[in-house]
Write a protein that binds this ligand. Structure first.
Ligand code: FES
Length: 160
């Protein structure tokens, strides 16, 4: 395991608490991984090894779960994650074009993080706002009918 800084230590302490709190669940691994990703921002190998040790689960099983579900990531995320909806309604209403505009604007592909660490661009399934298609979500904010580059740029500027 890689050495941990004092700040990381507090994060690992929090993760230990999560593992303790979820002990009574029937299958706590997904919940532990979800909360670990919230705590660390992503799930690097050293966090996976820590969970494996604490939960007495083989590390390769944890790795398998993380790579199976696309909401888990082993790469550091940006400060903001842009979740672009690729559900059917959004797809029909121009999500692929919006995705292309986003990629050009940010200079990264879907699944990547901007070099300044600000944005991670991610594609998701229906977020339940189909009447506003095409839609993307940043944090708690849902943006709909984003059909021009100007509209999209103006929204992203709010996060700068
Ligand atoms: S398909 Fe995009 S919100 Fe439902």
């Amino acid at each position: 395991m890689t050495p941990i800084s004092p700040q990381d230590n507090a994060l690992y302490e929090r993760l230990k608490e999560v593992i303790e709190e979820t002990k009574s669940m029937r299958n706590p691994l997904i919940e532990v991984l979800r909360q670990a990703q919230d705590i660390f921002g992503y799930l690097p190998i050293e966090v996976q090894e820590f969970i494996a040790q604490e939960m007495n689960i083989p590390a390769n099983k944890i790795y398998g779960v993380i790579t199976f579900y696309n909401f888990f990531t082993m790469k550091p995320r940006g400060k903001y994650t842009i979740n672009l909806c690729m559900g059917t309604a959004c797809y029909v209403k121009g999500a692929p074009r919006l995705a292309q505009m986003m990629e050009e604007e940010l200079g990264v592909k879907i699944g990547e993080t901007t070099p300044d660490g600000k944005f991670t661009l991610s594609a998701v399934r229906c977020v339940g706002a189909c009447s506003l298609a095409p839609v993307f979500v940043i944090g708690e904010d849902t943006y709909g009918r984003v059909d021009t580059r100007d509209k999209m740029s103006a929204i992203l500027k709010r996060y700068e």
